[in-house]
Design a protein around this ligand. Structure first.
Ligand code: ZN
Length: 193
């Protein structure tokens, strides 16, 4: 498992809900936490590790020694959005790129945890922002899609660099073509969604 970067096509995949939380999902979640900590991130969605599942992990302290701050959310749904605030965001799939994104300040998250229990959490501040960023991933949306036009202009040189790097890797055969990526995602989906 590894973190994929923009413009890998799996980052544009709209994931379907998981049918159940089994041992394999537990294993995937553990590995996602490890990757997230190694990259000093606070959140990581399944799309970002090339998996078509509606789940993400979160630890706002990005600290494996703070396991009480660890959350794994499965089949998340957001509702009751309120307020609007702008704040800077980054993403492990677009390393070293940051930009201001406007999002609702308060949301209610409905999801399942690793024991299959349904949870409802009213969230605000960084927690609300991080959860919205991660749910976006599951819908194939990246924070660069939510930048203002000037923000996007500022990000353009970095995006071109990411694209050149990606197509270089593809030319060298390090990343499968779009059809092969889609076929693999469809196969995984059939197993668990
Ligand atoms: Zn992200």
């Amino acid at each position: 498992m590894r973190i994929i970067q923009y413009p890998h096509p799996t980052l544009r995949h709209v994931s379907k809900p998981l049918r159940r939380v089994d041992a394999e999902i537990h294993r995937i979640v553990r590995e996602m936490f490890e990757l997230m900590y190694a990259a000093n991130g606070i959140g990581l969605a399944a799309n970002q590790v090339d998996l078509p599942y509606r789940l993400f992990v979160l630890n706002l302290e990005s600290d494996s020694a703070a396991p009480k701050q660890e959350f794994a959310f499965i089949n998340p749904v957001l509702r009751s959005r309120h307020g609007m605030v702008e704040a800077e965001e980054g993403c492990l799939s677009l390393p070293s790129l940051y930009g201001d994104v406007r999002r609702p300040d308060r949301v209610v998250l409905n999801a399942f945890d690793l024991s299959g229990e349904e949870i409802t959490m009213p969230l605000d501040g960084l927690f609300a922002r991080a959860v919205q960023h991660e749910v976006d991933h599951l819908d194939g949306i990246l924070f660069i899609d939510r930048l203002t036009s000037t923000g996007l202009l500022d990000a353009k040189p970095a995006l071109i660099e990411f694209e050149e790097q990606f197509y270089g890797q593809r030319d060298r055969g390090e990343i499968p073509d779009d059809a092969a990526v889609a076929a693999r995602l469809a196969e995984l989906e059939q197993l668990r969604t």
